[in-house]
Design a binder for this molecule. Structure first.
Ligand SMILES: [Zn+2]
Ligand SMILES: [Zn+2]
Length: 144
């Protein structure tokens, strides 16, 4: 949270109360969390927050790299590397629902090279791999 504040201050952005609370609920969830669940959690704490306020807070947090959206799950996850601009690549476990942000530098380089080769200008880049994490693949959860 202090990192988040430092990043916002550095960029001249304001971590308002609602943004802070949305960020906290994303971080305190052990798995990626959907906007609806964030809203439900906040409302359970202190009642009546408009859904739009949560969506706007999420937009702000994504814009500043503090959270990422997992397209395949339509859910959000906090970013531990928020201080550096990067494209997020995720490993998503279907058994325990964890999502791990890969160190994507090599992937990013390979994608960039391919894009250049095709003269393609990227607008949305999503790399999400679903499967079983190391912990779950040790257990008997192989069958979907
Ligand atoms: Zn990240
Ligand atoms: Zn797992």
């Amino acid at each position: 949270m202090r990192t988040a504040e430092a990043i916002c201050t550095k960029r001249g952005a304001r971590l308002t109360d609602i943004r802070r609370r949305v960020l906290t609920s994303v971080w305190s969830s052990h798995a990626p969390i959907g906007a609806y669940d964030i809203l439900a959690g906040l409302n359970a704490d202190s009642g009546k927050i408009a859904p739009m306020a949560v969506y706007r807070a999420l937009d702000f947090l994504m814009e500043h790299g503090l959270v990422h959206r997992l397209a395949s799950l339509n859910a959000f996850i906090g970013c531990a590397l928020a201080d550096e601009r990067h494209t997020a690549h995720f490993l998503i476990c279907r058994a325990c629902k964890s999502a791990t942000e890969m160190d994507g530098a090599a992937v990013t380089r390979a994608v960039k090279k391919t894009l250049t080769a095709h003269g393609f200008i990227p607008e949305i880049e999503i790399i999400e791999i679903q499967g079983l994490c190391a912990h779950c693949s040790d257990q008997d959860v192989r069958r979907p």
